[in-house]
Design a protein around this ligand. Structure first.
Ligand code: HEM
Ligand code: HEM
Length: 460
């Protein structure tokens, strides 16, 4: 049995393999749900009156599946591979890892069924009902225990920055999940009034800011130096970026509530620290991009690194856009419009999703001991998703500005709708590219894992 670049037998990566399949599978289901939503914007009556296909039920299925079913497991798969390598030890328990994989898939399946039945707590990104919330917390505790024990029994004394990010992401999310889902109130999963909205967006923001973002940055910090065969440009910068993210990003959720009666002091903190986010983001990107100095050829030649590198460029765009629309003057135009949906796709798919796919492609040869099933298909998926998400962002940003102008000019909604139609059509068409990318990825990833007879050593 071959060993990976980590020196650990390929047989020992069962959890990483499980999370790869999880991410690839649920991306297909999630994008199908996204296509249903996009179709309903273009042709509202096409799918009839089936309650479980109605917009209000499919939307949370889509959002929960993309974030928790695709991006997070993809990044977790990468972490299950690079943590043992960075710590010079095996994952504490592959069996516990596999139990986590199954538990996570049960959670996702239960989420789809209950949301389709209309069983929801009706708070954005926190829709799952209490019994499922409980399973989610158990999952995070299992993953935390597995990772923490791996750190405890490590042979490498120095903790590389990717380890910091992963541990922080899992720990913070376990706490944020309990608070944000108001788990001490099982029947409603909610409080009332403004305190509830503030708590919800503390959670909604952090599921992106303290789960997906640090996990994605951790993967980029691992993959880019590996592929370039260069040491990280600066460990000091990596620590500044880490602490900057923890100190600034954790409490700015109120920037989602600038148009509400939330306390002014909280809005001011959220705006100031949203702008402050420019510091940790710039620091992370300078550090990663300087590491690639003179090595862009290596990045271009490696399909996994291409995904990750594109993700870092999109991270820059997202984090210019984010602070900008945290300003009340800008949000007066963009809030409640498709502009935000454009930002959401650019961020969740273009940044963290691209890095998640890059992470999977980077680890596949190492966890299987065989080359990727098809480099061509991986390249195809890269272009389908990159062009798809670009089309999405451009069309939704324009649509958002049209809507925002309509609000400002006190235009009635029905007069604006015809102007949005073409952008909804473009969104649905570019959505087909993303769905095709998801299907191509699922095929390539499952073939690489299970039905690939090529031998890695034959290609070396
Ligand atoms: C400096 C970094 C960022 C800042 C300051 C920022 C700021 C914001 C703000 C103010 C909103 C709400 C806009 C509104 O409702 O009018 C928003 C929405 C959103 N952001 Fe960001 N963002 C940043 C980075 C990111 C990243 C890295 C991700 C994903 C990994 C992300 C994902 C989202 C999503 C999904 C929404 C939509 C939330 C909803 O459903 O309303 N953002 N962002
Ligand atoms: C076939 C591809 C896709 C299509 C057609 C699609 C379509 C949609 C639609 C129509 C919405 C509802 C927007 C609204 O309420 O106005 C939505 C929301 C959302 N989608 Fe997608 N989507 C796709 C793929 C993805 C992927 C791959 C991700 C992330 C990795 C993603 C992340 C999100 C997020 C975070 C939201 C919530 C946005 C917000 O509340 O501002 N989508 N999507």
């Amino acid at each position: 049995m071959s060993t990976s670049e980590n020196g650990i037998s390929a047989q020992n990566y069962q959890s990483a393999k499980g999370f790869c399949v999880t991410a690839a599978f649920w991306l297909v289901v999630a994008t199908l749900a996204g296509m249903i939503l996009a179709t309903e914007f273009v042709a509202p009556d096409l799918l009839g009156n089936l309650s479980w296909l109605s917009f209000g039920r499919v939307r949370p299925i889509h959002t929960n599946l993309v974030l928790l079913g695709f991006v997070f497991p993809g990044l977790l798969a990468a972490a299950c591979y690079f943590l043992p390598g960075l710590l010079q030890t095996q994952l504490y328990s592959e069996r516990l890892g596999l139990i986590s994989v199954w538990l996570w898939n049960i959670i996702l399946a239960c989420a789809v069924v209950t949301l389709a039945m209309g069983k929801t707590q009706a708070r954005e990104y926190a829709e799952l009902i209490w019994p499922i919330d409980l399973l989610v917390v158990i999952f995070f505790v299992l993953v935390f225990y597995n990772f923490a024990m791996t750190v405890k029994q490590r042979k490498e004394p120095v903790l590389y920055v990717s380890v910091w990010y992963v541990l922080a992401a899992i720990t913070l999310t376990a706490i944020v999940y309990i608070v944000g889902n108001v788990m001490w109130a099982p029947t409603t999963g909610a409080m009332t009034g403004m305190p509830d909205a503030i708590t919800l967006w503390f959670y909604g923001h952090n599921i992106l800011g303290t789960l997906l973002t640090p996990m994605a940055v951790a993967a980029a910090y691992y993959i880019i130096p590996r592929v370039c065969r260069s040491p990280l440009y600066s460990h000091t910068l990596s620590l500044i970026g880490f602490w900057g993210l923890v100190l600034l990003y954790t409490h700015i959720g109120t920037h989602h509530l600038l148009q509400t009666p939330a306390p002014t002091w909280l809005k001011v903190i959220s705006i100031v620290d949203s702008i402050g986010m420019i510091i940790p983001v710039t620091v992370v990107l300078i550090n990663l991009w300087y590491t690639t100095k003179g090595k862009l050829g290596e990045i271009h030649a490696d399909v996994a690194a291409k995904f990750v590198f594109a993700g870092t460029i999109i991270y820059l765009l997202v984090c210019i856009q984010g602070p900008l629309h945290s300003l009340p003057q800008v949000q007066r135009v963009t809030h409640y419009t498709n502009w935000v949906v454009g930002h959401a796709h650019l961020a969740a798919l273009g940044f963290s999703g691209m890095i998640a796919i890059g992470g999977i492609y980077h680890i596949l040869p190492h966890i299987t001991g065989r080359p990727l099933y098809s480099r061509f298909l991986a390249d195809l998926q890269y272009w389908l998703i990159l062009l798809g998400v670009s089309g999405f962002t451009i069309s939704l940003s324009i649509a958002g500005l049209i809507q925002g102008n309509g609000w400002l000019n006190a235009e009635t909604v029905y007069r604006i709708l015809p102007q949005l139609h073409i952008y909804n059509v473009i969104r649905a068409s570019t959505g087909v590219m993303i769905l095709s990318g998801a299907l191509v990825g699922f095929y390539n990833i499952t073939r690489s894992l299970f039905l690939n007879r090529q031998d890695l050593s034959a290609n070396e």
